[in-house]
Design a protein around this ligand. Structure first.
Ligand code: 3AM
Length: 176
């Protein structure tokens, strides 16, 4: 019997941007604000798939390989706090249409393949802090980083010895 794995599609953050974000985060938030997401785990979720069998993962990966969506750039110029899930996030004030269409496509393929999709509207974001359930003093602005999206990836969320690690399983290029 095949095992299931917790999977999601996301945009990776380039290593240089990961470093810039974690430096700024360290300078901008109190240690008590929340648990910092590890640099290598920073990502922008496009579609959460949940616990997926190997067979279903193969189907979804086949679908992803046939997607021809354009490259796009987004500006990370928004910041917010969701106290209920306890997330402080980095977002964008103007989500590019290509990002919204890619997420929508992946979500509809996921739903058609039996992966439950949240009914909440898609709000593109990069989670910065978790466990942030108390009020957080947010800096007035962000450095307005640009994220050039040239590819999207399938990640596995692994939990081991108290740590979460997002392992990139496969990536597909966006079309220039
Ligand atoms: O880092 P973010 O928040 O973008 O919140 C989880 C994380 O995304 C999200 O999937 C990403 C990898 O774990 N996630 C976890 N459970 C979820 C669920 N039931 C979920 N997204 C939607 N529904």
């Amino acid at each position: 019997m095949s095992e299931s794995r917790r999977l999601f599609f996301a945009l990776p953050l380039p290593t240089k941007l990961q470093k810039q974000v974690i430096q700024w985060r360290a300078d901008s938030f109190e240690a008590e604000a929340g648990r910092p997401v590890a640099a290598a785990n920073l990502h922008l979720t496009l579609a959460f798939l949940g616990d997926v069998s190997d067979a279903k993962a193969r189907v979804l990966s086949g679908i992803a390989s046939r997607i021809t969506s354009p490259t796009f750039s987004l500006t990370l110029d928004d910041l917010g706090h969701w106290p209920r899930p306890g997330v402080v996030w980095l977002g964008t004030r103007r989500a590019p249409l290509a990002l919204l269409q890619l997420a929508s496509l992946l979500r509809s393929h996921a739903a058609r393949n039996g992966c439950y999709q949240s009914t909440l509207p898609f709000h593109p974001h990069v989670s910065l802090l978790r466990g942030a359930t108390r009020p957080v003093a947010l800096p007035a602005s962000t450095p307005e980083w640009q994220l050039d999206a040239n590819e999207f990836s399938l990640y596995e969320s692994q939990y081991h010895q108290g740590r979460t690690r997002y392992q990139c399983l496969q990536s597909w290029p966006l079309v220039a």
